[in-house]
Design a binder for this molecule. Structure first.
Ligand SMILES: [Zn+2]
Length: 326
């Protein structure tokens, strides 16, 4: 009898995974955008069985969920997305998921609650809230709470990950603010011109003026008059650099450069594309949120010819060799 009990105990021990992270006991999570997937990796780590829907360079305004995306969402316990109508083609799918009792969570929710959402025009929210690292810190804490709610046994793990990440985001914000408002950059020169209006929050966070050629969404094509108006501004204000975004066709920004040059302006296109609505592929520099912001800040500074201060140690990041900094 005693032997039998010992034997049963042994079997139980053998069946119990040591790490506690085998597939069956992990949370099934689907993330829409590259930013959402990165945040899920940071906060949830190995506790999540994560499916990322959009790859690097994909435009989330236009992305339509595929059959396999919908299957993954149907099988998930949690779907996280940006919200504020960034994922314009997902609305009906999200409604259906709500009826199936899949939890659908917008990372923008705590930013909305805190009143930090900017508007494109009255009543139309600007969805690109992640470009202010202070907003992304709110999103990190919000996601940690949702994961803790679904998986209370590991709440301490999620909250500790969020706290460590918030400290990195604060270091990132301080570094970028100091770099972009350095006395060497005259205030009148702090103007960022890009293909579409993704950088309002970025400009707001770091005291730069921002103009996009297209509106908030890339769904509407830039018109000839939009291009002419920005070219006029570039020529009039002597703006030296304008930027292409990785998820938007470079054609419009090149048309602006040509039209401004025809007006006698000596404007050039930034030395690298900026990451706007999509980050780089996960294994490339710019494939995480921290790298993406660093990549954009360094690209802006280098393109204008301004100095790049050393990265804060808290970020534990190394710039790629083709970056001039440090
Ligand atoms: Zn956008």
């Amino acid at each position: 009898m005693r032997q039998l009990a010992r034997c049963a105990l042994l079997i139980v021990l053998l069946l119990t995974p040591l790490s506690g992270s085998r597939a069956a006991d992990r949370l099934r999570v689907v993330a829409t955008t590259t930013q959402a997937a990165d945040l899920a990796r940071v906060i949830g780590g190995e506790r999540l069985l994560l499916t990322a829907l959009m790859g690097g360079g994909v435009d989330p305004h236009l992305y339509k969920p595929t059959e396999s995306d919908i299957a993954a969402m149907n099988a998930a316990q949690l779907v996280i997305y940006n919200g504020l109508n960034l994922e314009g083609q997902f609305e009906t799918v999200f409604e259906a998921l709500g009826q199936r009792m899949v939890r659908v969570y917008a990372l923008s929710a705590p930013v909305v609650r805190a009143g930090f959402v900017l508007e494109e025009e009255v009543g139309v929210p600007d969805p690109h809230f992640w470009f202010d690292p202070r907003n992304w810190a709110l999103a990190a804490e919000g996601l940690a709470e949702v994961l803790s709610d679904l998986d209370p046994t590991h709440a301490d793990f999620y909250r500790a990950n969020a706290a460590a990440y918030v400290a990195q985001l604060e270091a990132l914000y301080e570094w970028a603010l100091a770099a972009l408002t350095d006395a060497a950059i005259p205030e009148a020169k702090r103007v960022l011109i890009t293909s579409h209006d993704a950088f309002q929050y970025f400009g707001d966070a770091f005291s730069w003026q921002v103009r996009g050629i297209q509106g908030i969404s890339t769904a509407a094509e830039a018109s000839l008059s939009d291009i002419q108006a920005i070219a006029e501004l570039v020529a009039r204000e002597g703006i030296e650099v304008i930027f292409v975004e990785s998820s938007v066709s470079p054609a419009t920004i090149q048309a602006v450069a040509a039209a401004a040059q025809a007006r006698g302006a000596s404007v050039r296109v930034g030395r690298r594309e900026l990451f706007a609505d999509a980050m780089a592929a996960p294994d490339a520099f710019g494939g995480t949120y921290l790298e993406m912001i660093v990549h954009n800040v360094v690209t802006i500074l280098e393109s204008f010819g301004y100095a790049v201060p050393p990265l804060p140690e808290a970020l534990a990041l190394q710039l790629p060799e083709d970056f001039n900094a440090q």
